[in-house]
Design a protein around this ligand. Sequence first.
Ligand SMILES: Cc1cc2nc3c(=O)[nH]c(=O)nc-3n(C[C@H](O)[C@H](O)[C@H](O)COP(=O)(O)O)c2cc1C
Length: 397
Amino acid sequence: MNAVSLGDTRPTIEDPMAFRNVLGHFPTGIVLITGIAADGEPVGMIVGSFTSVSLAPPLVGFLPTVNSQTFKRLRTAKSFCVNVLAGDQEDICRRFSGRAENKFDSVTWTPSPSGAPVLEGVVAFIDCTFESISDAGDHHIVVGAVRELQVCRPVAPLLFFQGGYGQFAPMSLHAPFETDLIAGVRLAEQGRVEMDWLAKSLDAECTAMAVVNDQMAVMVAGTGSSWDAEARLGERIPLMPPMGELCLAWEDQAAIQKWLDRALPNDECSPHEYRERLRAVRKRGWSVTMKSDYQDEEVFAALREYSSGHYTPAQERHIREVISRTSSSYAPITLLDGELYEVDSLLAPVWDSVGQVRLVLRITHLPSSVTAQQITAWADQLMLTATAISVAPAARG
Ligand SMILES: Cc1cc2nc3c(=O)[nH]c(=O)nc-3n(C[C@H](O)[C@H](O)[C@H](O)COP(=O)(O)O)c2cc1C
């Protein structure tokens, strides 16, 4: 690895602004430390310096400034309770870090096991007794012994960074959306008439999904007479095995490996089998998924959660597990004459001017129990539509 250049003009540590500026580049979570002061009134202090300290024994800590009037009252309490603020609780943070009188008016709270306020809507609370208070420069170091704790609402927490508030966003949704997405939308719009026609002629649902970084997003939905495809607009699907075969089939080895690396270790399909599937898709030019006994509603719910973007890393792991379990629904490598198939969907690639799969056309809600010939006939129609929308010759690999 190359040595990092440290630069010539380094700020001096005597400069308090420089200290604040550099440390402002480090994000923190935000908690409200509450307690019932000796006078019987609730007290609450917003703190970004909260941290876990020890597991055995369970200790946590935070650093109030020695000048804090709020902490002077808080330390008269018998106990304190750490309220982990949620991403939608910026108003609570502003209220409690401001100068308002009676900060607990108009907030709803219930007593923690030790009696300290637990505010409605917080992610979690950690109820503590004071273990020690020591000094470090112009701050105290308060260590609390954890007595009780609970996750109340497992949502993304509120974060503080460079003087502003924000929320945690999983990397997978942090796609460089604009350019790729707009290119996909343009292409999808050009195909709207063809897609509507295809959907109506097959009485199926036809959607176009833009390929953006490591996910697909439904851009245009054409619909037959009986399906409300509009509801699918904006739906996102992560490119992780088994999903996204069609986007990967013509990609280079590095991209395929990246996709395979996203498979879960307990996926019932091996990397070798996935490579075989990609080869089959490349040969056919399109792909097909079958209905299977995996729980559809669970998969839909997982995809809805993924599409909302509002999920924590723990929830993302669950979404990926649910998706991973669908690997058995993908088509066998060869479709056999004389067999009947329950098709879930057929997919075809739409190419952009630089020869990349920019859109995936998908038809679903097709009749059940069909032969390989019927599937091929549908696929031919889908491919005609995809080719009509493609801006580059479809012939590849
Ligand atoms: C995001 C954020 C993080 C903060 N973190 C701390 C902290 O770690 N320690 C602290 O003493 N004050 C912190 N404060 C300031 C206090 O919340 C509060 O504004 C300050 O204690 C008010 O002074 P007072 O206690 O004298 O009324 C933070 C404020 C904000 C907005």
